[in-house]
Write a protein that binds this ligand. Structure first.
Ligand code: PLP
Length: 423
């Protein structure tokens, strides 16, 4: 009696809250732009053909454990020296979140004094409703969508950027490292005025951080802004990391989604590799293979030699064992089957949805243009609420929309609704 009286409910998960509201809405026109889950053009969940074929192949097969090996090739390049020399300590992880969590715990054990720096904003930003303070949101949708056609931008786009928030903001990255008791800070990333990367401020933050700090980057398809550094900017960042001795940790949740090309989306990591950084990387197959519920991911840490890699691998495995024992194997078998079978791998690459998403972005933009929408610089409140109440369209309060929720069938309706609430 009385043991748990002091336990108050935790803050609602922003994405789950959106899905709950969506499910409760009886409207036939409703759209869920919250969860970044792959959907077919009718909005139904998709099982990729490569996954179906892998399912047939793995029936009754032994556990191969090649998933880590193949994942490391995917991110660092199959011909890279780190792969050839066995200098990566890789372990299976419970999807991208689990890989981040394992790394945070590893950092706590071996570098507890170093800060971790996150981009501002980072996954997943959530702003509480206006009862907590006055929210001023700036419509930047039109310009962001314009950028999208330049092939640079994420599947997740932020249509409204919050410029003044008074309280109650949750971020997944922050939560993960906070639970590992790592001191955290942010670095400048998105500039709401220019609606682009605040590169000068980002570089200043890198220079002003204490030497040997840890920095988390989204290597492509930054969530939630969709804004990524250019190749040249990544080179400058990598150079400055050498000067400062910082540690780069890449959270790769969308490889293949930004450009439709797996190698191109890993370009930032390859640049750091050329500059001989020791890198950490979290990989997720939740989105890229549509395996959300299987929780397949990989954590890899580059080392000076294979001996160090073996030591680090054993430490991470020990952390994982104490947290959850071992990961479920079915999804791991699916991923390793797809990655190690050349036919299934090329089928997967064909299926990666970048093309369809690219088309949807263009159509959405064209529809808005046809409606005569123009960039509205007024400070406007409540667009997200109006989209839900009047148009049955659900998204997180920061205005991030998952393009995976847009279909050929609902794109006109969506464009109309956005135009209405941003007039
Ligand atoms: N990292 C980023 C940047 C993300 O956007 C997400 C999911 O939205 C994740 C990690 C976690 O993905 P999962 O744990 O489902 O693989």
């Amino acid at each position: 009696v009385g043991w748990w009286d002091h336990v108050a409910p935790a803050a609602k998960d922003p994405i789950n809250g959106v899905t709950e509201a969506f499910l409760a809405d009886p409207s036939p026109f409703k759209i869920n732009l919250g969860v970044g889950a792959y959907r077919d053009d009718k909005g139904r969940p998709v099982v990729l053909q490569c996954v179906r074929e892998a399912e047939a192949k793995i029936a009754g097969s032994e556990f191969l454990t090649k998933m880590v090996e193949e994942s490391v090739k995917l991110v660092y390049g199959k011909d890279s020296d780190v792969v050839k020399e066995g200098r990566s300590a890789g372990v299976q992880a419970l999807s991208g979140t689990g890989a981040c969590r394992l790394f945070a715990e590893f950092q706590r054990r071996f570098h507890p004094e170093s800060h971790i720096y996150f981009p501002d904003p980072t996954w997943s930003k959530y702003v509480c409703s206006s009862s907590f303070g006055f929210l001023q949101v700036l419509v930047q949708f039109f310009q962001v969508v314009k950028c999208l056609s330049d092939n640079e931008i994420d599947v997740q786009i932020s249509i409204f950027s919050v410029i003044e928030v008074q309280s109650c903001v949750l971020y997944s990255h922050h939560n993960i490292w906070r639970d590992a008791q790592i001191p955290e800070r942010t670095y400048h990333y998105y500039d709401p005025d220019s609606k682009s990367l605040d590169f000068a401020a980002l570089m200043d933050d890198i220079k002003n951080a204490p030497d040997s700090s840890f920095f988390l980057f989204h290597p492509s398809a930054h969530n939630p802004t969709g804004v990524d550094p250019t190749e040249e900017q990544w080179r400058e960042i990598s150079y400055q990391f050498k000067v400062k001795g910082h540690f780069p940790f890449f959270d790769m949740a969308y490889q293949g989604f930004a450009s439709g090309d797996l190698d191109k989306d890993a370009q930032a990591i390859r640049i750091f590799l050329e500059d001989e950084h020791l890198i950490g990387c979290a990989q997720s197959y939740a989105k890229s293979m549509g395996l959300y519920g299987h929780r397949v991911g990989c954590l890899s840490i580059l080392c000076v030699d294979s001996k160090q890699a073996a030591a680090i691998r054993s430490q991470i495995q020990q952390i994982a064992r104490a947290m959850y024992g071992s990961p479920p194997v079915h999804g791991i078998l699916l991923v390793e089957t797809i990655l190690s079978d050349p036919n299934l791998k090329s089928l997967w690459i064909d299926e990666i949805m970048a093309d369809r998403i690219q088309r949807k972005r263009t159509t959405l933009r064209q529809n808005l243009e046809k409606l005569g929408s123009s960039l509205n610089w007024e400070h406007i409140t409540n667009q997200v609420d109006r989209l839900a109440k009047e148009f049955h369209i659900y998204m997180t309060q920061d205005g991030r929309i998952s393009m995976a929720g847009v279909t050929t069938g609902n794109v006109n309706y969506l464009a109309n609704a956005i135009h209405e609430v941003t007039r």
